[in-house]
Design a protein around this ligand. Structure first.
Ligand code: ZN
Length: 136
């Protein structure tokens, strides 16, 4: 009955999302997100837990397209946090504290859909980008 092979590929499959897909959800109370004013992506407003400074991080559409596919953008702007099961910005606050925002592919897709609704990016451009970068 039990197949020992069942769990063999657990940690090598993509970045290990799946059942952990909603792990970033508990942070939504403190992080405000909105479309970037110039329409180039999404802004996230984060309050540093250490020094109290408010920082704004912008994730341009291409980064969101990568992350919506469960992949990290090649520019190293995001890191995968295995413990939290989400992607976190590579930059830190000027005080050195990590920016406590956790993104999941699901959330990135939601933000992309908001961009489509607002006509800041089209599904065709997203599809083209996915094809060019092997994300499909
Ligand atoms: Zn700080």
């Amino acid at each position: 009955m039990r197949n020992p092979d069942d769990f063999n590929d657990m940690d090598v499959e993509g970045l290990g999302f799946g059942s952990l897909g909603g792990a970033g959800a508990e942070q939504h109370d403190t992080i405000k997100s909105r479309m970037a004013e110039d329409g180039s992506g999404f802004d996230y407003q984060i309050r540093c837990e250490k020094c109290g400074k408010t920082l704004v991080l912008t994730a341009p559409w291409p980064e969101l397209i990568f992350m919506a596919s469960g992949r990290l953008p090649p520019n190293n702007s995001w890191l995968y946090n295995k413990k939290r099961g989400c992607m976190m910005p590579a930059n830190t606050c000027s005080c050195g504290e990590p920016l406590r925002i956790g993104m999941t592919p699901e959330e990135c897709r939601r933000n992309l859909n908001a961009g489509i609704s607002a006509q800041k990016i089209s599904p065709q451009i997203i599809m083209q980008f996915q094809q060019q970068n092997g994300l499909t």
